[in-house]
Design a protein around this ligand. Structure first.
Ligand code: ZN
Length: 242
């Protein structure tokens, strides 16, 4: 079975539509979203509607949680907090109820899906180094886990008690005796220096992991952010993927 794993859409409808068009063309069996449908971008409502229609399940991200009062946004930076408050005013009751009902983690056969880290997902730790990756590997038993949250595609490999980090390969073939933590990158606000939307295809038989990048109309997404009166930096960063 092939799964498309998308994450961190952040209200960027142009990026989400481009990725879903690409997903349609590749026709995987199911699509899962690893969280943060909203926050930062100008189209939180349309992104919630569009994603709901496309995914088998979506997880709760920290921005989704903040928008519906499930996590304290005071630790957010001022720009993120402003976007959370703006987003709260854009969503209808049905979308807010949908976000409130999202789970923190999901187990598929052989893989764990979670927005932040396999340990204490509700604390929203960032999986950015091998130390946090080691702690993560100790807290779940599946061969694979897929995460979002940092917006930086990366693969952590666990073998013989040691963890190494790999720059996202185009294609990763799962090796016997290894376990993997895969950050699938971000659809709506990539931060690895590549402005193209990022997502992952996971073929469970094999198994293989493929990273995909998709161009989208960045200028249109930027114009909407400025028109909405959201902080300018949220528009500017999309052009650089930072
Ligand atoms: Zn995010």
């Amino acid at each position: 079975m092939e799964l498309a794993l998308i994450s961190d859409i952040h209200g960027n409808l142009e990026a989400l539509e481009a990725v879903l068009d690409e997903v349609d063309a590749l026709h995987p069996d199911l699509v899962y979203c690893l969280g943060d449908l909203v926050g930062y971008g100008a189209d939180p409502g349309p992104c919630v509607h569009k994603a709901r229609g496309a995914v088998a399940a979506c997880l709760l991200g920290n921005h989704d949680a903040a928008v519906v009062g499930l996590t304290d946004p005071t630790y957010f930076n001022p720009v993120a907090r402003e976007a959370v408050e703006w987003t709260q005013r854009q969503l209808d009751a049905e979308s807010l109820a949908y976000l409130r009902g999202l789970p923190l983690a999901l187990s598929l056969d052989g893989a764990l899906l979670v927005h932040s880290t396999p340990f204490r997902p509700e604390e929203w730790h960032y999986l950015t180094d091998t130390f946090i990756a080691s702690r993560s590997f100790a807290s779940f038993s599946d061969p694979m886990a897929f995460v979002g949250h940092s917006h930086q595609p990366v693969v952590f490999v666990f073998r013989d008690g040691a963890v190494t980090a790999l720059a996202p390969p185009g294609r990763l073939r799962v090796q016997q005796g290894e376990r993997y933590l895969v950050n699938v990158g971000s659809v709506g606000q990539p931060r690895d220096g590549d402005p193209r939307a990022c997502f992952v295809l996971y073929e469970t038989a094999g198994p293989t992991v493929r990273f995909r990048r998709v161009e989208y109309d960045v200028e249109r997404a930027q114009a909407k952010i400025l028109e909405a009166g959201l902080p300018e930096v949220l528009a500017a960063r999309l052009a650089f993927g930072r």
